[in-house]
Design a protein around this ligand. Structure first.
Ligand code: NAG
Ligand code: NAG
Length: 240
């Protein structure tokens, strides 16, 4: 009897893991619409500690505005930041930390969570181009001392923290043409955090990035798995 119940419990665990995997493998199945990805926080932390990706605007945002801690505020939601990072064209196709979220959010996905992304965050190439242009035009600005090296001819990205330099330039001279995308980005995110010249976002801040039902998605979509697990455990227990 003991081995039967143990087996049942193990089968229940395997079934839970398998249902997570099913949506990662085929996010077009209609049953996946309320799927919630559980790996965002750890993938984001990993991505933002790698030498080749730590300077992504999304990673600078995570560190500067969220203190490297995902939270329930829309601007610091781990999924939204990871999604922005992995949509950045400068991140290689084979990047291991992006494999799952890219698969989950591929064309044709029904996963609602995939709509969550930090609104308007400039990607690394755009931010690099903007910073290069600003510092060519206004070389004496404090943010351009020393500013960033020229963007690499192959990656089109500057080897520096581009969002930091972009931010300092645009907080100083917000009317420069090159700052329009940055200003729009900050406006879309409640001017949260030091990069936008505001206070750190609070969990209660309104949610411009999310798509209606971001707040409780984790709990609501985990509930069915837990219910199934509890039911199976109960059945196993009664067999003792
Ligand atoms: C996504 O899929 C649709 C329908 O299959 C197709 O028409 C569209 O071009 C695809 N978009 C991309 C970006 O691949
Ligand atoms: C990058 O810049 C292009 C051209 O200005 C714009 O169309 C695009 O939306 C920008 N993308 C990002 C992610 O910043």
């Amino acid at each position: 009897m003991h081995s039967t119940s143990t087996t049942t419990l193990i089968l229940a665990l395997v079934a839970t893991v398998a249902s997570q995997d099913a949506c990662l493998q085929d996010p077009t199945a209609s049953s996946c619409s309320s799927f919630t990805y559980s790996g965002a926080s750890s993938k984001l932390t990993s991505l933002c500690s790698q030498p080749t990706t730590k300077n992504l605007p999304a990673c600078d945002w995570f560190v500067s505005t969220c203190s490297s801690t995902a939270s329930s505020s829309a601007q610091c939601d781990a999924f939204s930041i990871l999604n922005a990072a992995c949509k950045d064209a400068s991140v290689g196709e084979s990047n291991a930390d992006c494999t799952e979220i890219r698969g989950l959010c591929k064309n044709g996905t029904v996963v609602t969570q995939c709509q969550k992304v930090i609104t308007g965050l400039p990607d690394a190439r755009n931010a690099s181009a903007a910073v290069a242009s600003i510092c060519r035009e206004m070389p004496d600005m404090a943010s351009c001392q020393p500013g960033c090296p020229a963007p690499s001819a192959t990656t089109l990205v500057s080897d520096c923290n581009v969002l930091d330099v972009y931010s300092r330039s645009c907080l100083e001279m917000p009317t420069m043409n090159q700052c329009a995308p940055f200003t729009a980005f900050c406006a879309a995110n409640n001017k949260a955090g030091p990069r936008c010249g505001g206070a750190s976002p609070s969990a209660a801040a309104p949610s411009p990035t999310a798509t209606g039902k971001s707040g409780s998605s984790g709990a609501s979509s985990l509930a069915p798995s837990f219910l199934v697990g509890a039911l199976v455990a109960l059945v196993a227990y009664r067999q003792l």
